[in-house]
Design a protein around this ligand. Structure first.
Ligand code: IFM
Length: 452
């Protein structure tokens, strides 16, 4: 069935998304200080080494990029602010030259009819704060809130939509996996860090609310993981799914809504209790105007046969029986998108939804000047069809952001995980080459005919 922009209504937001470290480069420009991801590159934790130093050089080529984004037909551009570009080693003072870059990007968006949607923080913590313990140190709550408040004060005259933090669950993974720590993996510290991130987001949200005009909308984004099979009769599997829910979604959404932490769902969360002080369960509350849904695919669960123990229910991301998986290993299941919206629609942290990220990572190839990324088009089409059904069903979803407008640095995967609608030719001066998926989206968004 033909897919048309009008199927989603006139007030639906269409956008593309990106993050500072992944696109900007300019790692030492105009007084920018190192972030944990600059350091990760330097220490060889990113495939290709220091590739983030240049990334796709959006720092210098943002005008060209904004032109491409505007020509696509979207009406919004989601990007993040690099904490060490504007706030030095983490506590300011404001770096006016670094801050000017975002003034230029915001103004450039507005001149082209693109609404800037700003993520305050997308993982590029100042390395100097990491050296003091990063998110495991409780004092970071104040550091983050001060940074967020200043960002809101500087750009709040032009930016109406804000996301406080991108996918804290991923940062928990980085800490648990020891990506930024010289001490290696540390699952227990990751739980203290989770609580600090929750406190930091709530405090930042409150200060941003005070600093911003009344019509500003403050949301945040989370990995919306759903476990497949969505329905199961297997009681053990259901219990394991509930536990996984708690350590992926519940430990963020519940405390923000004043429900406390879901300790009853799994003993794995118990070590977090040590980090929770008197009064914290009030301090961790914040009423978000919208919830950013980052949905790439489900987490399949199955009973893994363990000798002597029988079948133990386990998440099976990498070994999942999925017909299609992205380069980062995520299985594809478009139905999971509507399932996850149904599951969380009555959660008090989720008043309205915006799909703040959706996209497909693959190894694109440039052949005779063209990138035929049919699989990405199929991914977009099937997910948008499901989203159209979600809207028709009355699920409160107000926007869709494609990750990402162009290929960029996919964290530890470096240049290998390409997610863009625009191909970046790393062998030819970072030339921007629209892929077939870019043309597909442009047809969907700029012609009444839509796409078949
Ligand atoms: O590239 C990332 C992004 O930074 C956060 N969400 C998932 C994307 C694809 O892996």
């Amino acid at each position: 069935m033909t897919l048309r922009r009008s199927d989603f209504g006139d007030d639906f937001t269409w956008g593309v998304a990106s993050a500072a470290f992944q696109i900007e480069g300019g790692h030492e420009a105009d007084g920018k200080r190192p972030s944990v991801w600059d350091e990760a590159g330097r220490r060889g934790r990113i495939r290709g080494g220091d590739v983030g130093n240049l990334a796709i050089d959006a720092f210098h080529r943002y005008e060209e990029d904004l032109d491409l984004i505007a020509e696509l037909g979207v009406n919004a551009n989601r990007f993040s602010i690099s904490w060490p570009r504007v706030f030095g080693d983490g506590r300011g003072p404001w770096n006016a030259k670094g801050g000017d870059y975002y003034d230029r990007v915001i103004d450039g968006c507005l001149e082209r009819g693109l609404e800037p949607w700003v993520t305050v923080h997308h993982w590029d913590l100042p390395q100097a704060l990491q050296d003091e313990g990063g998110w495991t140190r409780r004092g970071i709550v104040e550091d983050f809130a001060a940074f967020a408040e200043e960002v809101a004060r500087r750009y709040g005259d032009r930016v109406k939509h804000w996301m406080v933090f991108n996918e804290p669950l991923s940062v928990v993974g980085h800490i648990a996996g020891g990506i930024h720590s010289r001490l290696g993996p540390h699952p227990f510290q990751a739980l203290a860090a989770t609580h600090h991130m929750n406190l930091a987001c709530a405090e930042a949200g409150r200060r941003m609310r005070r600093a911003l005009p009344a019509d500003a909308r403050i949301g945040t984004t989370h990995v919306f993981s759903i476990q497949a099979p969505f329905d199961t009769d297997d009681a053990k599997l259901r219990r394991a799914q509930r536990a996984l829910d708690a350590i992926t979604m519940g430990m963020f959404l519940d405390p923000a809504a004043g429900l406390g932490y879901p300790f009853e769902a799994t003993p794995l969360l118990a070590p977090m209790k040590r980090a929770i002080h008197d009064g914290d369960l009030d301090a961790v509350r914040f009423d978000y105007d919208f919830m950013g849904v980052q949905y790439y695919g489900p987490t399949p669960m199955r009973r893994a046969p363990i000798p002597g123990l029988g079948g133990i229910p386990l998440p099976t991301l990498r070994t999942a029986e999925a017909n299609v998986r992205s380069t980062t290993g995520i299985p594809v299941e478009p139905e999971g998108l509507i399932e996850v919206l149904r599951r969380y629609r009555n959660h008090p942290s989720c008043r309205r939804f915006v799909i703040t990220e959706s996209g497909f990572g693959m190894k694109d190839r440039l052949v005779d000047g063209r990138v035929r990324d049919d699989l990405r088009i199929w991914y977009a089409r099937t997910h948008l069809e499901v989203l159209r059904r979600a809207k028709a069903e009355g699920l409160p979803v107000d926007g869709f952001f494609q990750w990402s407008y162009a290929d960029n640095i996919e964290w530890i995967f470096g240049r290998d995980g390409r997610y863009g609608l625009v191909y970046i030719d790393y062998d030819d001066n970072l030339r921007r080459i629209p892929k077939d998926s870019y043309r597909w989206f442009r047809q969907l968004l700029t012609t009444g005919e839509g796409v078949d």
